[in-house]
Design a protein. Structure first.
Lengths: 225, 645
């Protein structure tokens, strides 16, 4: 992908309770170029597939966009936390878990960014401080459910060894529970989760993070008193 | 855009790494040209028989699982299902297609019935494509659709069974004691519906609500005479009291490393305690505190003496046990999976393999409506236990880990070999013992979603061989007869569906059915391949595999393969004895000669020849390194002797 493929799109989007997010210009990637008409002929499954995939999409809602945008920052914070494991004296099992979280959530950020870009929506940076929102003309950073406060992040960053393990697991459980809450909020919204990618992605986040919560709860219990 | 640029940069790095890999370990799957219908292909020890694109209404929509009945392959699709006539596997012909959107439209057959899973919130009772926007709606279908396929060219949609979490996958289970009904296990972990949409559904935990829809599966009973009366028969809970530690199954090198660390600690005077049945080194901080309190208890001051250390050594285990017992009870939702992703039943041995989120289960299904958990395994290298496959003898079980849910590229050169892979266990005394991991051995690009997915056994006699789908990693055929050293023996892979971005594609399922491997390609239709002879498998073994005939096949309901006596079967065993060098060269030549002359003779001459061969083999078995296989060959010769040509 080259710079010429990046276009600036000014988009404003109403999110939930009258909150307008990201009203500043944001660079997004356009969807894959539409196939040229001449290619969409009978017997050209490739061209038909692309055209059909676009037209057959069920409509997405502001709640879908809010979820896919908000989860980017949510994931970004988990990645920052996980990257501390090797330098903060985490145990081998916490380091392994952290490594998995980094790998999984980096890949998922790509999925979310691609989904937003395909729909010409603003693509948020992976900002570990939360989601940038513009409320009444003032930009502020909104923490998605479960995200650590600045004070909690500082506390974790200062911990070492066993204390880091305990805090990391405790905070990551809180963080993951927030992600599950975001999924529940999404499916509780009118018209949301109809899009195939959103349904699959949100369901995967729900099940993967619930599974990891269960695993982390056992790990916390196993920490020696 | 920082993050996106970063991820793109990472992607390029990955591809560069793949290119390096290619020069050191040339694998034709590396560097394949991208393209939806014109991608580069790499194939080894397989012959591509056919690729047929989906019918127009299904183009651009995800193809999912496969089921087989008679000469037909039924292919699920997020828009419904397609019926292919595979009388000639080299030329599948579309018999019909049925438009009825639902994710993920996993399909199974039983006699005249076809079952289709619906999980997503957009599924509709009326098969409409417009979705369901209301959060509570009488129009929504989440559960099991039932079709009558008595006339396969005209499937009739006859019934639904709605469930609280929908049906991600399902498993058809025959009850040998009940010939009037067929049963279906419903698996899936999507959100719980509102009780206003489906009465009785509850998203509360079982502590809060004993009727919770979590921590259970649904068993549907379908009366064969009146399938429209299908209904939920039971909702068994087998997730209770899961305590398996979240560490990875013990690979030999892990056990060795742990033992060495413990031995070193013991040698240098460290304190070792047993936690969860495993020896661990006590933390220094803990032992220091305990020694201090011993010093204080005897009224002393200063550093602990050798006597203090000895006192601690004698009592540390009971101290640690007491501490563990005194730990506060955990609060909040209890850990453990709330559902299974997939259950594979093996009725011939009365067992099922449950792939259930963070755990792999062995289930006793002798009481079909009340499956009981008899063993469980957890593994910190496994993200999500996805599906299970038994070997034909029922002595091993393979679980796959669909790390990342199938949408992420988990086969890059940077992804660990034990992540997003298969884990192989032996079943011994109703316990599962970890043996090894198997992962697609060729690295894929960051544009290709790739992780372990659906597969099935190939009936090569005397060996455990299976074909498996790895999404855009393609089809991998591998041998896991030696559970510690699984080995790939054939593959088929294409380049990414898109050269500019991560597109959705690749093989969802790769299943053997009556002689060929059928692969459901998410974006590219139906592929059919067949094994070709190679250093890993002989023509006789392939011919013997082709003698196994199935009237129908659902991968989640594993049949027990039985090989009818044939000369191919006898020769396959002879080839295996040559490979293992467990029968001498001269004897092999003589056995092959004996089989050849018996095949071309008839009557008493043939019968006597075969019986003589069997008797000679009985002698060979003594002192051979593979007496059981020689025994199988002798039995086959004897059975052939009893068959009139």
């Amino acid at each position: 992908m080259t710079a010429s493929h990046l276009v600036a799109v000014v988009a404003s989007l109403t999110l939930g309770a009258g909150v307008t997010a990201c009203s500043r210009a944001t660079r997004v990637t356009p969807p894959a170029p539409a196939p040229q008409t001449s290619r969409v002929v009978h017997g050209d499954p490739g061209g038909i597939a692309k055209a059909k995939a676009d037209s057959a999409r069920l409509p997405y809602t502001a709640a879908d966009v809010h979820f896919m945008s908000g989860m980017i920052g949510h994931h970004a914070q988990a990645i920052v936390m996980a990257r501390w494991a090797p330098t903060h004296g985490a145990s081998a099992s916490v380091q392994r878990l952290a490594e998995r979280i980094i790998n999984a959530q980096e890949d998922e950020i790509v999925i979310m960014q691609q989904w937003l870009a395909d729909r010409l929506q603003p693509v948020p940076e992976a900002n570990p401080a939360g989601m940038k929102m513009n409320v009444g003309g003032v930009e502020h950073v909104h923490l998605m459910p479960g995200m650590l406060t600045e004070a909690q992040m500082k506390q974790l960053d200062q911990a070492r060894g066993e204390e880091f393990d305990r805090l990391f697991l405790t905070f990551m459980i809180q963080h993951h529970r927030g992600a599950v809450e975001m999924v529940n909020d999404l499916f509780g919204s009118y018209g949301a989760g109809q899009d195939e990618t959103v349904f699959k992605f949100a369901s995967d986040v729900n099940v993967d993070q619930s599974t990891e919560i269960a695993r982390m709860e056992i790990m916390v219990q196993a920490l020696k008193p | 855009m920082r993050a996106l640029k970063l991820s793109l940069a990472l992607g390029l790095l990955t591809m560069a790494a793949c290119a390096r890999q290619a020069t050191t370990t040339p694998d034709p799957r590396v560097g394949l040209k991208a393209g939806l219908m014109d991608a580069g292909e790499a194939v080894s020890n397989l012959k591509i028989l056919a690729n047929v694109p989906p019918p127009e209404r299904f183009v651009g929509s995800t193809n999912s699982d496969l089921a087989f009945t008679g000469n037909y392959a039924i292919q699920g699709n997020y828009n419904g299902f397609q019926v292919w006539d595979i009388t000639n596997p080299g030329r599948p012909v579309l018999k019909t297609s049925y438009f009825c959107p639902a994710s993920q439209s996993d399909v199974s057959v039983y006699k005249n019935l076809l079952f289709v899973s619906g999980e997503g919130t957009s599924g509709r009772l009326d098969c409409g494509a417009q979705g369901v926007r209301d959060t509570v709606s009488a129009e929504r279908l989440r559960g099991l659709r039932i079709f009558d396929i008595s006339d396969i060219a005209n499937p009739k949609y006859i019934a639904n069974v709605q469930t609280c979490r929908g049906s991600h996958t399902h498993t058809v289970v025959e009850d040998p004691k009940d010939r009037e009904n067929i049963y279906v296990y419903i698996s899936g972990s999507a959100g719980v519906r509102s009780p206003r949409e489906l009465p009785g559904c509850s998203a509360l935990t079982p502590d809060q609500d004993p009727n919770s829809s979590l921590f259970r599966i649904e068993v549907i009973r379908v009366p064969l005479a009146t399938p429209t009366n299908a209904a939920i028969a039971s909702s068994p809970r087998f997730f209770n009291n899961l305590v398996a530690p979240p560490r990875h199954g013990d690979a030999p090198e892990d056990i060795a490393a742990r033992k060495k660390a413990v031995a070193d600690a013991k040698a240098s005077g460290g304190f070792v305690v047993i936690v969860d049945g495993t020896e661990q080194i006590a933390r220094q901080q803990t032992t220091r505190q305990l020694l201090d309190s011993i010093v204080v208890a005897r009224g002393g001051t200063g550093a602990a003496t050798a006597t203090d250390s000895a006192a601690l050594r004698a009592s540390i285990q009971s101290i640690m046990d007491a501490r563990a017992a005194a730990q506060p009870r955990r609060t909040g939702p209890r850990p453990g999976p709330t559902q299974c992703h997939d259950i594979t039943v093996y009725p011939a041995i009365g067992l099922a393999g449950g792939a259930c989120a963070g755990y792999g289960f062995l289930l006793d299904i002798s009481d079909v409506t009340n499956p009981r958990r008899i063993a469980e395994v957890a593994d910190s290298n496994f993200a999500f236990w996805h599906s299970a496959t038994f070997n034909n003898d029922g002595t091993k079980i393979l679980f796959s880990d669909e790390w990342g849910g199938g949408g992420s590229p988990k086969c890059r050169v940077t992804d660990k070999k034990e992540w997003g892979a298969d884990a192989i266990f032996t079943i011994e005394g109703r316990k599962m013992n970890f043996q090894s991991y198997y992962k697609l051995p060729a690295p894929q690009t960051s544009l290709e979603n790739c992780v372990a997915h659906n597969g099935s056994l190939i009936p090569i006699p005397g060996r455990d061989v299976m074909a498996q789908a790895w999404y855009q990693g393609g089809i991998s055929v591998f041998d896991w007869t030696d559970p510690k050293h699984p080995q790939e023996i054939a593959f088929f892979d294409r380049g990414p569906v898109d050269s500019t971005r991560q597109g959705s594609g690749g093989t969802w399922s790769a299943y053997w059915y009556n002689g060929a491997v059928f692969s459901s390609e998410i974006a590219r239709g139906l592929d059919v391949v067949e094994l070709t002879p190679s250093e890993f498998v002989t023509q006789n073994e392939i011919d013997a595999a082709k003698t196994v005939h199935q009237d129908y096949f659902n991968a989640q309901g594993q049949p027990k393969f039985v090989w009818p006596p044939s000369f191919s079967l006898a020769r396959a065993y002879a080839d295996q004895l040559e490979r293992s060098k467990c029968l001498g060269k001269d004897r092999l030549a003589s056995v092959r000669q004996g089989l050849a002359s018996a095949e071309t003779s008839s009557g008493a001459q043939r019968r006597e020849g075969l019986l003589r061969l069997a008797a000679d083999l009985q002698n060979d078995a003594r002192g051979s390194c593979d007496a059981p296989k020689i025994g199988k060959l002798a039995t086959t010769a004897r059975e052939l002797a009893g068959i009139q040509p």
